[in-house]
Design a protein around this ligand. Structure first.
Ligand SMILES: Nc1ncnc2c1ncn2[C@@H]1O[C@H](COP(=O)(O)OP(=O)(O)OP(=O)(O)O)[C@@H](O)[C@H]1O
Ligand SMILES: [Mg+2]
Length: 359
C-alpha cells in the first residue's frame, strides 16, 4: 500500500469514529487535520474540547487504534493533541449554559457526597474542564466550609455573582444565611432557591455543573428534574451492606425519573495505616463494585479513608489537600470514569434518523 493510497483511505475511516462530545462522526466536525503519511507512518492533529480533556489521551489512543484497524498498510499513527473551543448549549428553560449537569447523590447521609462532589469538581477543573459547583443542600450546606469560602454573593445586572474557589464558580445557601442560623424551609421556598441557584446565578459557560445533593432522595431531586434534564447522577456509597441497600434504592429512584446513572463510587473503602503500611477494611471493601455489577451500572472507583482528607477539609483546605498526589489519584480516576460514562451515553444516543417514527 503506497502512502498516497493510505492518504485516500483516511477520510473514510474517520466517518466511523465518533467525536466524543457531540457523538457525530469526527470526519464532519473538522477536529482532525494536518495529515501526513510517510513510509506507512501516519501523523495527524486531534483537537478536543475542554469537556473531554480529562480523557484526552485515551481518545487519542482510540483514534490511533481505529486508524490501524480501518486503514490497510498503516504501520503506526502519531496523534498530536490540541484544544478547540465549542460553545455550551443553553439547557432547558432556565438559561443555564452548560454541557452537562451532574448530581452527586447517595441513599444515605454522611457517606461523603459533599466531599466527593467538591473533589470531583476541583479535579475535573484541574484536568482542563470548565466546572461550576452548586451546593443543593439548602438545609445543611457544607461546600463553603470544605472549600474555606466566605462572603456574600453580590447582585450585578440582576444576576447572583457566585463565590470563586480558584477560578471555579460556587453557589451555596451557606453564602446567604449565617453559619449558625437555622432556616425553616417550606416546599415552595426550597423550589424557589434551587431555581434561583440555577437560573439567576452568573455561572458563565460550563462543561460540568456538579451538584452536591442533600441526604435523602426526595424533594431536591424532584425540583431539579423539573427544571432541567440532568445529564446523570454519581451515586456515592460506603462498602457495608446497609449502605449498599440504600444505594440500590437511590439508583432505582433515579432510573425511575429517567436520570442516567453515570456510576457508583465506593467511599471510605479501606484504610492504610501510614506507619505500618497495613490496610484495614474498616467498612469492608468491594461491596459497591459488586452492587454496581449486579445492577448493571458502571463502577467508577474507590476512595480510601484518608485522615488528611478529613482533617484538611474540616479546616477549609480541600482544594489544597487535593494537590497531594496520593489523595488526588483516586479522584482523578473517578473523574475519568465520569467523563467516560457521559461520553458513552452520548455515543449510544439514538441518532436523529433513528428517532424518526417508522411509517
Ligand atoms: N474518603 C474519606 N476519608 C476520610 N474522611 C472522609 C472521606 N470521605 C468523607 N470523609 C469525612 O466524612 C464526613 C462526612 O462527609 P460528607 O460531609 O462529605 O458526607 P455527606 O454524604 O455529604 O453528608 P450529608 O449526608 O450530611 O450531606 C466528613 O467529616 C468528611 O471529611
Ligand atoms: Mg453533604
Amino acid at each position: 500500500m503506497s502512502d498516497a493510497e493510505i492518504h485516500t483511505q483516511l477520510p473514510k475511516a474517520l466517518e466511523s469514529f465518533k467525536e466524543p462530545e457531540s457523538g457525530r462522526a469526527i470526519s464532519k466536525t473538522g477536529q482532525v487535520g494536518d495529515w501526513t503519511v510517510s513510509d506507512g507512518n501516519v501523523s495527524c492533529r486531534l483537537s478536543l474540547t475542554s469537556m473531554v480533556q480529562p480523557i484526552a489521551t485515551e481518545i487519542a489512543d482510540a483514534l490511533r487504534d481505529h486508524i490501524l484497524a480501518n486503514v490497510s498498510g498503516v504501520k503506526d499513527v502519531q496523534v498530536q493533541l490540541d484544544t478547540t473551543y465549542r460553545a455550551a448549549p443553553t439547557i432547558g428553560q432556565i438559561g443555564l449554559k452548560a454541557k452537562s449537569v451532574i448530581a452527586v447523590a447517595a441513599g444515605k447521609g454522611g457517606v461523603g457526597k459533599s466531599t466527593l462532589a467538591a473533589s470531583i469538581a476541583i479535579v475535573l477543573g484541574r484536568m482542563g474542564a470548565k466546572v461550576g459547583l452548586m451546593d443543593a443542600d439548602v438545609y445543611g450546606p457544607s461546600v463553603p466550609h470544605l472549600l474555606g469560602l466566605e462572603g456574600r454573593p453580590e447582585i450585578v445586572d440582576g444576576k447572583i455573582q457566585p463565590i470563586k474557589s480558584g477560578d471555579m464558580p460556587v453557589m451555596s445557601m451557606g453564602f446567604l444565611v449565617g453559619k449558625d442560623q437555622a432556616v425553616v424551609w417550606r416546599g415552595p421556598m426550597l423550589h424557589g432557591s434551587i431555581t434561583q441557584f440555577l437560573r439567576d446565578t452568573a455561572w458563565g459557560e460550563l462543561d460540568y455543573l456538579i451538584i452536591d445533593m442533600p441526604p435523602g432522595t426526595g424533594d431536591v431531586a424532584l425540583t431539579l428534574s423539573q427544571l432541567l434534564p440532568l445529564s446523570g447522577v454519581v451515586i456515592v456509597c460506603t462498602p457495608q451492606e446497609v449502605a449498599l441497600l440504600d444505594a440500590g434504592k437511590a439508583i432505582a429512584m433515579f432510573e425511575k425519573t429517567k436520570v442516567p446513572v453515570l456510576g457508583v463510587v465506593e467511599n471510605m473503602s479501606g484504610f492504610t495505616d501510614p506507619e505500618s503500611g497495613k490496610t484495614f477494611n474498616i467498612f469492608g471493601k468491594g461491596g459497591a463494585r459488586a452492587k454496581a455489577e449486579e445492577l448493571g451500572v458502571p463502577f467508577l472507583g474507590e476512595v480510601p479513608i484518608q485522615m488528611d482528607l478529613r482533617s484538611e477539609s474540616d479546616e477549609g483546605r480541600l482544594a489544597d489537600v487535593l494537590l497531594d498526589p496520593t489523595i488526588a489519584r483516586p479522584i482523578e480516576n473517578i473523574c475519568r470514569g465520569v467523563v467516560r460514562s457521559l461520553v458513552t451515553q452520548i455515543a449510544n444516543r439514538p441518532t436523529v434518523s433513528a428517532q424518526l417514527p417508522v411509517l
